[in-house]
Design a protein. Structure first.
Length: 354
């Protein structure tokens, strides 16, 4: 429990540290990319101008535009870092995929791990994979080890690229080198498994990119519709318009900030490690199956009905005070909450099948 709390504190400290441009630059540099403060200033200027422009389009008062600009400033370092991290993780996936394939082909020729490592290293002229393979080769050639030479040497690569398939391939190579015998059929099976794994990760990448595009498109459409409503209300006579009403101003400000938070969340999901994500896919399928098998529709429906009732009463109160726009949003929220248990079940069902 204490370790988890310390880990959470360390993670929070790292997140807050990104607000310092120097820390952001160091983090991006650790991914192998260059990032200048001049480029960061350009990003800051563009995001601030965009936030101010949105605030003006929605008719926000200047003191409510400031929180929207602040939300953009808060999200910007994470969006920049996630963009570079996405490129880095994609490169990591390509490197480990090429490594496993080349290692198997090279080992088939001579059935020696050291020779296969040296042959595979020539595939990577520079970069992290080149370095960790070099460390493993140096460990083997040094000849000093604690328990098992090849296991400890190959663990250097496994720690840098944590995937179960890599560990399985290394285990097979160590077994063959220790015991000898024919290995062609085993290597063929491992190559086929690796190909299926690489194809699944590639498909997952495409699905995630498509999901991000759908999320961005949805945000743009909803913002466009909201802007049209604001323009209609703004064109009405001053005594009837509600654009300048404090509730409308507050809800609009909150809406824009939530859009920024949603985009930040979606972008962060895309930037995760493809290697770790694919390895965790089996665990997620198990959780989806448990959710489906223990699903109680009557109980979940009662929970949804209670949440929808709260939103509906909010809509009624808004109508009594004449806040038409807020009432319409509350009614939409009530409809979504009324069916949220069905939506959650359907998502889990589709994920379990897919």
């Amino acid at each position: 429990m204490k370790k988890r709390k310390n880990k959470s504190k360390r993670r929070s400290k790292e997140k807050f540290g990104l607000f310092r441009p120097g820390n952001l630059q160091k983090q991006i540099d650790s991914y192998g990319y260059n990032f200048s403060m001049g480029r960061y200033c350009v990003f800051l200027s563009v995001s601030a101008a965009g936030a101010i422009g949105c605030g003006m389009l929605f008719g926000l008062h200047w003191y409510l535009i400031i929180p929207v600009v602040f939300a953009c400033m808060m999200a910007l370092p994470f969006l920049i870092l996630d963009g570079y991290k996405q490129m880095y993780e994609h490169k990591q996936f390509l490197d480990i995929s090429d490594y496993m394939e080349q290692m198997l082909y090279s080992f088939r020729l001579n059935q020696k791990i050291l020779l296969a490592l040296k042959d595979t290293r020539t595939l990577f002229a520079e970069g992290r994979m080149h370095d960790v393979i070099g460390e493993a080769i140096d460990y083997i050639e040094c000849g000093s080890y604690r328990y098992e030479l090849y296991k400890e040497a190959l663990a250097i690569i496994e720690n840098a690229y944590p995937t179960k398939r890599l560990c399985a391939i290394h285990e097979y190579l160590r077994t063959v080198e220790s015991n000898g015998g024919a290995c062609e059929e085993g290597i063929d099976l491992l190559l086929q498994d690796k190909a299926v794994w690489a194809d699944n990760v590639a498909l997952l990448q495409e699905d995630k990119k498509a999901a991000r595009m759908r999320a961005v498109f949805s945000l743009l459409v909803t913002m466009l519709l909201a802007l049209i409503f604001h323009m209609v209300y703004r064109s009405m006579p001053e005594q009837y318009t509600i654009v300048g009403h404090p509730v409308t101003q507050g809800v609009t400000t909150l809406y824009l900030i939530l859009n920024i938070a949603i985009f930040r969340k979606v972008n962060h999901q895309i930037a995760g490690s493809w290697i770790v994500r694919e390895e965790e896919a089996g665990d997620k399928i198990c959780r989806y199956f448990a959710m489906i098998s223990s699903y109680d529709e009557k109980k979940e429906a009662r929970n949804s009905f209670g949440l929808a009732g709260i939103a509906l009463w909010t809509a009624i109160l808004c109508c009594l005070f004449g806040w038409a726009l807020a009432a319409a949003l509350a009614v939409i929220a009530a409809l979504l909450l009324l069916n949220q248990h069905k939506i959650g079940y359907r998502i889990a069902y589709d994920k379990q099948l897919g």
